[in-house]
Design a protein around this ligand. Structure first.
Ligand code: 4NP
Length: 146
């Protein structure tokens, strides 16, 4: 299973989703490939936001080695599923889809809810972590027997 987590900056939310899903899959002995990317190009080549690194570390997950990159059209070919954090991520990714097969791979991580952008509010990192963790657990349950 290959999964791509996508947000706007690829430094706050999708690195958390990447690290959490990787951690959960490993815990279950699943050999899944998880990555993340952003739709915005401001932070390409940088590591995750230090607040995401710290929050993940507090939950026993190391995301410090991740490197920010841009979402690209070829991601539709490589990944089985592409999970986005909010409606604007969804619109941005779907705008790059070439066909129905591409579009079918893209879903909101939380189903019908969004993961808010914590970038401008330090206090949001912990709740955002918990939200993402819950979403990842549900997705893992759904996909692991497929
Ligand atoms: P993210 O948060 O999409 O969760 O990585 C953001 C990080 C940076 C910016 C926006 C959102 N930015 O505008 O630089």
């Amino acid at each position: 299973m290959k999964i791509l987590m996508v947000c706007l900056g690829n430094i706050c939310r999708s690195p958390l989703a990447h690290g959490i899903m990787e951690h959960l899959a490993k815990e279950q002995g699943l050999d899944w490939e998880i990555e993340s990317a952003g739709t915005g190009n401001w932070h390409i080549g940088e590591g995750p936001d230090r607040r995401s690194i710290r929050t993940a570390r507090e939950h026993g997950i190391d995301i410090s080695g991740q490197i920010c990159r841009l979402f690209r059209i070829s991601d539709f070919d490589y990944y089985d599923h592409i999970f986005v954090m909010n409606k604007s991520n969804l619109a941005d990714v779907l705008a790059m889809a070439r066909n129905e097969e591409d579009r079918e791979k893209v879903r909101l991580l939380l189903g019908d809810k969004i993961v808010p952008d914590p970038y401008y509010d330090d206090a949001q990192f912990e709740p955002v972590f918990l939200m993402i963790e819950k979403g990842c657990k549900e997705i893992l349950k759904e996909l692991k027997d497929k």
